[in-house]
Design a binder for this molecule. Structure first.
Ligand code: UD2
Ligand code: MN
Length: 563
């Protein structure tokens, strides 16, 4: 569950769909409180250029973007400009659209707990549910404000709800910060629908997302289901499809994604049928409300963030339920590279929560965790008697049973450990196609952009120097992923958060954002995650330093890739 790059189920080159952005949708739906003082994006017909949704026009934009990254760890400028409604690509398998569902499905209470969420991301979550859920299946949406500190989540949110949202949307406010685990329990305690559906506060649900989740629960209320979590890029807000994978974990008790064993996908419906998953990612799932209560909700001794997803997964399987992923239900989630909030007192709540779940559910296998985290062996984890009593009362099976039957792929270290063949997940994916190769020339000075040192040096700067047409190390390739690669080695990269830094040469990561560059109008070279253009700092200086600046079309910002 570590919020690092590796966490997102992204394939290296997911299908990209750029958000639509028209003046129309801006006027109608953008944040009515802040307004965007008529910023006009230069409308360029080419859909590939819509990464320019993040373009910075003035200091106010710069501020929204930079403060947004600090507070939310995603691009707030783009989020605000998108407004509260947008189309997302239908990422389902083609078989899904043909499926039919019983008319009398149970009704859903959607629970969304949030702490310091960006107003526009929260409202897009809520509206996507209202826009894409049949009214007869939507019992209510319950928002739980986990004692947020941001002003706009108080009066402005009350006002917006009163003016724009149906009475089905309710808001509960925690008097103190509880964390997402007790926060969801608060939400669930207010719910009166048949089924609880939990969502993070920065999601967008896709076409026909709810019916495929409700159907298996109607069939068997002890079935807990998760949608496939599609990826909304933190830098571009582009919605892209996730590969179909299932949940696992490692002995550090971090959640991870695993390939789905072929045996699980054996039925006639192939990739569109629900399949069993040893664990859930945590944020997005649906569960019969009575079953949630019967199964012991969550461990209320867990704080803020982390571990509850493995705890509830183990509990579901060990105590007679089952956990499925439903490929025909798709929900997008903004995957961030870091968590933008801490916990009160700066405690490592992931460790605290993991200790509790290890001591309650993992029997002798908790030693696998302590072997990796010896410092936690004697750490206090509070009172777990109630949870142990729950385990006895529900007559739950052993952790060994869970490993043997539900997650046999899990390796146990020690003398008897069986080696397993490695599994390659994203096999068969191609390298991105090169669109153009040549020298990158600053048109004001006719100089070439080259490595300041050697082009293989990671973190090295680039500068504009006299072109040397015999030097192959001055050749850039530009590919369909919008990466600029110097001398086939490293990618031109901007750190995600500081636009004041000059670009550097870094290992190509293939996930867009800080390494995406777009050649736009007036020969500008636009950086997608920074929202600015590449500029030669001083045309008179021999040093040839470059930097990022607000795009103004001036000669020092004109570049061209010459074959
Ligand atoms: C993932 C899960 C998340 C949760 C977490 C482990 C997905 C997509 N997300 O991390 O739901 O299971 O792993 O605990 O599977 N929040 C509060 N109060 C807090 C902290 C967070 O209400 O004190 C809210 C937050 O605003 C968000 C939700 O809880 O809506 C999840 O937090 P996150 O988005 O930071 O977690 P994420 O996606 O990194
Ligand atoms: Mn999240």
């Amino acid at each position: 569950m570590c919020p690092s790059r590796g966490w997102s189920p992204t394939s290296r080159f997911p299908k990209k769909i750029y958000p639509r952005f028209s003046r129309d949708s801006m006027g109608q739906h953008s944040d009515p409180r802040k307004g965007h003082n008529g910023n006009q994006l230069e409308t360029e017909a080419n859909a590939d250029l819509s990464p320019e949704l993040g373009m910075i026009f003035n200091e106010q934009d710069q501020d929204v973007r930079d403060v947004g990254y600090q507070k939310h760890a995603f691009n707030l400028l783009i989020s605000n400009r998108l407004g509260y409604h947008r189309d997302v690509p239908d990422t389902r398998d083609s078989k899904c659209a043909k499926k039919t569902y019983p008319p009398d499905l149970p009704m859903a209470s959607i629970v969304i707990c949030f702490y310091n969420e960006a107003f526009s991301a929260l409202l897009r979550t809520v509206h996507s549910v209202l826009d894409r859920t049949p009214a007869q299946l939507l019992h209510e949406i319950i928002l739980v404000d986990d004692n947020s500190e941001l002003d706009d989540l108080k009066k402005d949110l009350d006002g917006y709800m009163q003016e724009n949202l149906s009475k089905k949307v309710k808001l509960v406010r925690n008097k103190q910060r509880e964390g997402l685990i007790r926060g969801r329990m608060v939400g669930a305690s207010h719910a009166t629908g048949d089924v609880l559906v939990f969502l993070d506060s920065h999601c967008e649900v896709n076409e026909m997302w709810l019916q495929p989740l409700l159907a298996p629960i109607k069939e068997n209320p002890r079935t807990v289901v998760c949608p496939v979590i599609d990826i909304i890029s933190a830098d571009t807000l582009i919605y892209s499809s996730s590969p179909v994978v299932r949940g696992g974990f490692n002995w550090g008790l971090h959640f991870k994604w695993d390939p789905v064993p072929l045996a699980e996908l054996g039925g006639p419906e192939g990739f569109s049928a629900p399949f069993r998953s040893p664990t859930m990612a945590g944020g997005l799932f649906a569960m019969d409300r009575e079953y949630f209560n019967m199964l012991g909700q969550y461990d209320s001794g867990m704080d803020i963030w982390g571990g509850e997803n493995l705890e509830i997964s183990f509990r579901i399987w060990m105590c007679g339920g089952s956990l499925l992923i439903v490929p025909c239900s798709r929900v997008g989630h903004i995957f961030r590279k870091r968590r933008p909030y801490g916990s009160p007192g700066g405690h490592d709540t992931m460790a605290h929560n993991s200790l509790r779940l290890a001591h309650v559910w993992m029997d002798e296998y908790k030693d696998q965790y302590f072997a990796l985290r010896p410092e936690l062996r004697n750490r206090d984890f509070g009172d777990i008697r109630e949870r142990l009593a729950l385990r006895r009362r529900l007559n739950c099976k052993s952790f060994k049973w869970y490993l043997d039957n539900i997650y046999p792929e899990m390796q146990v270290s020690g003398p008897n450990a069986k080696p397993q063949p490695p599994v390659f997940m994203n096999k068969g994916q191609k390298r991105p196609k090169i669109l153009q190769r040549g020298r990158l020339i600053n048109m004001q000075t006719n100089r070439c952009l080259v490595a300041q040192g050697h082009p293989s040096q990671k973190g090295g700067l680039v500068v504009a120097k006299e072109c040397d047409y015999n030097d192959s190390e001055q050749v850039w390739s530009y590919n369909e992923e919008h990466e600029l690669i110097l001398s086939n080695l490293l990618c031109l990269d901007m750190s995600e958060t500081r636009s004041s830094d000059p670009p550097r040469l870094m290992k190509c990561h293939g996930s867009g954002g800080s390494q995406q560059w777009v050649f736009g109008k007036s020969n500008r070279l636009y950086q997608v995650s920074v929202g600015q253009c590449l500029k030669l700092v001083d045309p008179m200086s021999r040093k040839g330093y470059v930097s990022m600046a607000i795009c103004d079309g001036s000669p020092s910002q004109q570049w061209h890739l010459e074959n």
